[in-house]
Design a protein around this ligand. Structure first.
Ligand code: SF4
Length: 186
């Protein structure tokens, strides 16, 4: 897979984002804001799927400026976007988070990051799966994995239910979920 562009992003979110990233994306659109953990998790994922720096700045600016204003965005948030692309500070090229890292994260009050299979209530997870188009039988299989704390297997079953296809390798990285999905649609 190559680059994704901003004009396609809504469609790509629906077809190929894993639930953790879809949730962050929808919350950002709803609240025009995400706390630091959410900005890192979603921002590095978007970088990993090929959103270039200019598009990333435009993306975050469009949402945040609705909440905090353009000036505050440029002053307080744009630096961090450039930083995560390795364009500021120590110029470290940060890599997107793996499932393991996301599952082990500890979102606090008001945080939207984390893995929904691990961090959502059962009710919220069921509602989210239904919005993704997972049927009730597959949902029960997913919930079974969640109860046994097999979060990545739960995500793999979701992938299989949505794509109607086996995912033998299993899901171990949100960007792998994305690229495996894109391969199916191409
Ligand atoms: Fe995201 Fe991985 Fe959790 Fe799936 S298992 S929702 S890709 S963190």
């Amino acid at each position: 897979y190559g680059e994704i562009s901003l004009k396609d992003i809504d469609q790509v979110v629906k077809s190929s984002f894993p639930l953790c990233m879809r949730h962050l994306f929808e919350k950002l659109r709803e609240d025009h804001h995400l706390k630091h953990g959410g900005r890192m998790q979603l921002g590095l994922f978007l970088k990993g799927v090929g959103l270039n720096l200019d598009d990333a700045l435009a993306f975050w600016r469009a949402e945040f400026s609705k909440k905090v204003g353009l000036e505050k965005f440029e002053k307080e948030y744009a630096y961090n976007v450039r930083h995560s692309y390795g364009k500021e500070g120590k110029r470290t090229d940060y890599t997107p988070f793996s499932c393991q890292k996301i599952i082990l994260s500890t979102p606090g009050a008001g945080d939207q990051h984390g893995c929904p299979y691990r961090h959502f209530s059962e009710e919220n997870l069921r509602a989210a799966l239904s919005r993704m188009g997972v049927n009730s039988r597959a949902t029960e299989d997913v919930m079974n994995k969640v109860r046994n704390k097999h979060y990545q297997l739960a995500c793999t079953l979701t992938f299989e239910a949505i794509h109607g296809m086996q995912c033998d390798a299993g899901i171990n990285h949100p960007n792998q979920y994305f690229s495996d999905s894109q391969k199916i649609f191409q």
